[in-house]
Write a protein that binds this ligand. Structure first.
Ligand code: TXA
Ligand code: MG
Length: 330
């Protein structure tokens, strides 16, 4: 185990960017902000570093990682882009979109990072600190969300610290992230497929492509065959407290995660109330989602009752994460 490491925490700035690059080059584990959630980075070409990363997160090694790159040229060294993939990259990178593509023959990314698949997930993040670290380091950086496996993804450095202090080398603190849910993952197969709804709404992608994204042929959790997005287990985003969806009322002892300004019966009995967005703004709700789930989870309520959130735009990703949170953990 990595437990027992002294985890350094540095504020954003040129010195911490240089330190982050140095740690990555030495096989270290560095948490840094992206515009979606905080990532836990390791040198994608260093199998030992990638192994430490799986261990630090407690993540099963059959769940492959996203390689973060500094520009499209770097992405093309590790993955093969067809015309559709190029169009998506040019339209939406840097930004909250991950593309799953065939690996190139001389792809330098460690097999462990792609769980032995012949495809690789790639993303060019938009957060300035992430970009500076990628430029300073130079090579591809694998970065899952910087939380313990199964926990809610971190949207602040404090979240990272509470999950991973003592297990990783460095946390670069860039404040709260903008988007708040993970990147949208599109598999560039025969027809582009939505593998994970996320920070880039499906509608924007479909407008560019001029056709709907395909749905995965099977529920990733159905167990038969190999899931297309192996990490999309139902329980992936679970807090410890039970989560109750589509709540129209609050029971005594429950906490309420509200949305918009609709009235809910029993609010007075709630042990805590947090509103994802009183103005019913889905962007604001996405940015608040994981932090509020963590905060309400810490209260030890009987359950977290969640009001309905619309499904359009970023609502698709918000509802996906809420459904996973409600599925509970084994
Ligand atoms: O916004 C994000 O994407 C964040 C930030 C840090 O970049 N990262 C993130 O990584 O969410 P992670 O590891 O928590 O989720 C990556 C997902 C997993 O569900 C994994 O199974 C899937 O991407 N994935 C990775 N490689 C894949 C591949 N070759 N084919 C299909 N799915 C893949
Ligand atoms: Mg994750």
């Amino acid at each position: 185990m990595n437990v027992g490491l002294k985890t350094q925490i540095l504020p954003a700035g040129a010195a911490s960017v240089a330190t982050a690059a140095r740690y990555l080059a030495a096989g270290g584990l560095v948490a840094f902000p992206t515009e979606t959630v905080y990532g836990l980075g390791a040198d994608a070409t260093n199998a030992a570093a990638v192994a430490r990363l799986y261990e630090a997160k407690g993540r099963p090694s059959f769940n492959p990682l996203i390689a973060h790159v500094r520009d499209i040229a770097a992405a093309r060294q590790i993955a093969r882009f067809d015309a559709t993939a190029m169009a998506l990259a040019e339209a939406f990178w840097p930004g909250p979109l991950t593309l799953v593509l065939p690996k190139t023959k001389d792809c330098a990314v460690a097999d462990l990072a792609t769980a032995g698949l012949d495809t690789i997930a790639i993303r060019l993040p938009a957060h300035p600190l992430a970009r500076e670290i990628l430029h300073a380091f130079g090579g591809p950086v694998v970065a899952p969300s910087a939380n313990l496996s199964g926990h809610v993804s971190p949207t602040t450095a404090a979240h990272v610290q509470s999950d991973l202090a003592g297990r990783i080398d460095l946390i670069v603190d860039g404040g709260a992230v903008d988007v708040g849910v993970e990147s949208t993952i599109v598999g560039c197969f025969d027809a582009p497929m939505l593998l994970r709804p996320g920070g880039l709404p499906r509608g924007e992608i479909e407008r560019l492509l001029g056709r709907p994204l395909k749905q995965p042929p099977q529920d990733p959790d159905s167990g038969s065959g190999q899931p297309l997005a192996p990490g999309m287990l139902a329980s992936h985003y679970a807090p410890r407290t039970r989560v109750r969806l589509d709540a129209a009322s609050v029971a005594p002892g429950e906490a309420l995660l509200a949305f918009g300004s609709n009235a809910v019966t029993g609010v007075d009995a709630a042990v805590a109330v947090m509103n994802l967005s009183a103005q019913a703004d889905l962007g604001e709700a996405a940015a608040n989602l994981f932090g509020y789930l963590r905060a309400l989870d810490a209260i030890g309520a009987r359950a977290i009752a969640v009001m309905p959130v619309p499904h359009h735009g970023l609502g698709e990703a918000i509802n996906d994460r809420l459904r996973r949170a409600a599925a509970g953990r084994d």
